[in-house]
Unconditional design. Structure first.
Ligand SMILES: [Zn+2]
Length: 306
């Protein structure tokens, strides 16, 4: 498994008490160390800075430039109720976008799997609106890169973060070459994710889950709805918005998944992918649960040959 990350990811600072904090990256690294201590080899690579044009695959230039101009010289600039910029935020976000771009390039060229350990997350960022801790639609930009730069014809995004990926749905609403399948707690922030929302080409698949849904119920729902849809789609590449906040210990939501459920997801997603998976970190706010879940997910996909 290739791991794309960069020290700049910890340079995106949020105000004291904010759940999306730099310490999350250390928890992810602890989880990845656990994988290595278990005897599996990880291939560590530096996440490059994305170009401005890369961001423009999904956002207008005016939006990119507005984010860049809002970066404060010190302290914080607040973009919405819970989304902040610190002096290092733009660089961190551009490493996240650059990391997933490099991961897509590597996996398209050589096959296998990659995990991008970056922040801030991206799946709530809409075309012209930063929200929910997110600045740029990282996973959507990666899908467009795979389609437009590499010429793939069928891409799928699976989003198992506990929150609906409203940004991904918005950015790819008209993109008939990309299946977007999301499971999420409902009702919960951001309030979107109804199964009636199907995208312009019927390529959006929303699977809402009630608070309290445990791993067994999640597996049954994936077996019944998301995995068959993925199989039918026959993707050339599977991108994963890997948020780990459906874990039972997570403070922001109320699902009851455990680390072993992320191991199960890794195996199933690897199986239907045809051998090309790029996962990128989204949420996950209880640090021990995040470390254990990342270890389970990355460890299993690596063990299977990703
Ligand atoms: Zn989330």
């Amino acid at each position: 498994m290739r791991i794309f990350t960069h020290a700049d990811a910890a340079g995106h600072l949020t105000p004291p008490g904010h759940p999306e904090r730099a310490e999350r990256l250390a928890a992810v690294k602890a989880g990845l160390s656990e994988v290595e201590q278990g005897g599996l080899a990880l291939d560590w690579r530096e996440a490059p800075l994305a170009s401005r044009d890369e961001v423009l695959r999904c956002h207008p230039a005016s939006y990119h430039d507005r984010i860049l101009a809002a970066v404060p010289a010190e302290g914080w600039a607040q973009l919405d109720g819970d989304t902040y910029l610190s002096p290092g935020s733009y660089r961190a976000a551009m490493r996240a976008v650059g990391g997933i771009a490099a991961a897509v390039d590597a996996v398209v060229a050589e096959g296998g799997a990659a995990f991008v350990a970056g922040r801030p997350p991206g799946h709530h960022a809409e075309t012209t609106r930063a929200m929910g801790f997110c600045l740029f639609g990282t996973v959507s930009i990666a899908a467009k890169r795979a389609l437009d730069h590499h010429g793939l014809s069928r891409v799928a995004i699976v989003d198992f973060d506990v929150h609906h990926g409203n940004g991904t749905q918005d950015l790819l609403w008209d993109e008939g070459r990309c299946l977007f399948a999301s499971s999420h707690q409902m009702p919960l922030y951001p309030g979107t994710g109804s199964p009636q929302d199907r995208g312009a080409h019927g390529q959006v698949l929303n699977l809402p889950l009630r608070a309290g849904t445990d791993g067994a119920a999640m597996r049954a729902a994936y077996d019944r709805i998301i995995l068959p849809a993925l199989s039918d789609w026959k993707p050339d590449l599977v991108l994963v918005s890997a948020g780990f906040d459906a874990h039972r210990d997570d403070p922001l939501a109320g699902l009851e998944w455990e680390a072993a459920d992320y191991r199960w997801l890794a195996a199933r997603l690897w199986e239907v992918s045809g051998g090309r998976v790029v996962s990128t970190l989204e949420g996950g706010y209880d640090l021990p649960a995040l470390a254990a879940s990342v270890a389970a997910y990355v460890g299993e996909m690596t063990r299977l040959g990703g």
